[in-house]
Design a binder for this molecule. Structure first.
Ligand code: GLU
Length: 281
């Protein structure tokens, strides 16, 4: 069986030990399987992605001894593709516009009966007349995936979505995410859409990433089914915890690979630090 995996960082900060764990886990797995390792730059957020962070990703990974195939796919160069994918879903009536502000969403959540958060929020398309009026007024909106429409489109298949995780075959439960935002106005894609599309396009057979993205698989398999894309195998690794026992934040400056390198640490030290602090998820 072929084995293709990837590391897909967002250049919105310097890589830290948690990223090193993801990159090394995927790279080592590809090596062990005699497979391929890809690097993908997830730079769709043009407000936060910076060239210096991207340049440092290449430096850090090379320093760790990781080798990747070129050319590297940079998502910012393929925005037109994501727009086409999104438009396809819109044409099929699977998405609806959500004009609510963050404030309105927060208020709706606060008045919801039991522990709903933004991620499990559900809405409905507005009546045509109101929508037309708000569009004409130039109000910003987000495109949400309607689970109701997805259920109608897939029929019984919706309830038998599965994926292979580390514990075997897992029933996918997209309901836990609610109607997720797949794009914002003037921003043609979300992480979910671009990542699922690219994994398929690049022939990724094994998605290897941290436990913080474990839940995302439940949505990603639904998107794969709706877009008629192949489904990769999922492997999630534990997170590297900081000294406070919490997961490392993007701005955990003390443990950036760049800072460690400047302090004279070696790639072997990094591997040892990861082993010592990796929390088994
Ligand atoms: N770009 C994502 C991140 O930086 C990772 C995406 C993935 O591995 O699917 O967290």
């Amino acid at each position: 069986m072929s084995f293709v995996t990837r590391f897909a960082p967002s250049p919105t900060g310097y890589l830290h030990l948690g990223h090193a764990l993801s990159a090394l886990t995927a790279f080592d797995a590809a090596r062990a399987a005699g497979g391929r390792f890809l690097l993908r730059i997830e730079d769709i957020d043009r407000g936060r992605a910076r060239p210096e962070f991207e340049a440092t990703i290449y430096e850090d990974l090379a320093w760790l001894g990781i080798e990747w195939e070129t050319p590297v796919r940079r998502q910012s160069e393929h925005m037109g593709e994501y727009t086409r994918v999104l438009d396809g879903l819109i044409e099929r009536g699977l998405l609806y516009r959500d004009f609510r502000t963050r404030r309105e969403i927060a208020d709706a959540i606060a008045s919801a009966p039991h522990g709903v958060n933004e991620d499990v929020f559900r809405g409905e398309a507005l009546a045509e007349a109101e929508e037309a009026e708000r569009l004409a007024a130039g109000e910003p909106f987000a495109w949400r995936l309607s689970l109701k429409k997805a259920r109608a489109a897939l029929g019984p298949a919706y309830f038998s979505l599965v994926f292979e995780g580390e514990t075997g075959v897992v029933r996918a439960d997209p309901e836990r995410h609610g109607d997720v935002v797949l794009a914002r106005k003037d921003f043609p894609t979300s992480y979910h859409l671009a990542s699922v599309w690219d994994d398929a396009l690049q022939g990724v057979t094994h998605v290897i990433r941290g436990d913080d993205l474990r839940e995302a698989a439940h949505l990603h398999v639904l998107l794969q089914r709706l877009l008629d894309l192949p489904r990769p195998i999922y492997r999630h690794h534990g997170l590297v915890l900081g000294e406070d026992g919490k997961r490392l934040a993007k701005r955990a400056t003390g443990v950036t690979l760049r800072a460690l390198r400047e302090r004279g640490k070696t790639p072997a030290d990094v591997r040892a630090m990861i082993r010592a602090s990796a929390h088994q998820g």
